[in-house]
Design a protein around this ligand. Structure first.
Ligand code: FES
Length: 141
């Protein structure tokens, strides 16, 4: 692909991501993942994510307003899960991968449940309580 066509395509995809449209195939391969997260306000210690966002995708990257890290909200067979995408080795922002999450700093890998698959990280990722409420997934921070 020519450079011009590549830039045109990737800019369109990033614009879709910024508009809140989940693109997991792009997310797993895009180097600038932070631009694809959705920033949401914190209200009474919670953030609310519309369930409609999960009609086509099983993962959404959410950034609570003012936070430095994303939260991966995952639709699973059992319901919903929310995992802080902060590496437990040295606090680097994680990125989603096909099998879970990876850290580009020193190579740690975590599965979709947030358990360490590969070090140097030794601790599993932090989870948040999740409550379903009237069309929304509420994440208790
Ligand atoms: S900060 Fe993630 S592996 Fe070191």
């Amino acid at each position: 692909m020519e450079r011009r066509a590549f830039l045109k395509t990737t800019c369109k995809l990033c614009a879709l991501g910024a508009a809140g449209i989940a693109l997991p195939q792009v997310i797993t391969s895009c180097g600038n993942l932070q631009s694809l997260s959705i920033t949401l306000p914190i209200e009474k210690g919670k953030i609310s994510v519309s369930i409609s966002l999960f009609e086509k995708e099983t993962i959404q990257l959410i950034r609570p307003k003012g936070w430095m890290y994303n939260i991966a909200v995952l639709k699973t067979i059992k319901g919903f899960d929310a995992v802080l995408m902060k590496c437990t080795h040295m606090d680097n922002q994680l990125h989603p991968s096909f099998e879970g999450f990876r850290c580009n700093m020193h190579g740690s890998e975590f599965n979709k449940e947030g358990k360490v698959k590969k070090g140097p990280a030794e601790k599993d990722l932090q989870h948040f309580d999740v409550v379903l409420k009237e069309g929304y997934v509420e994440i208790v921070l």
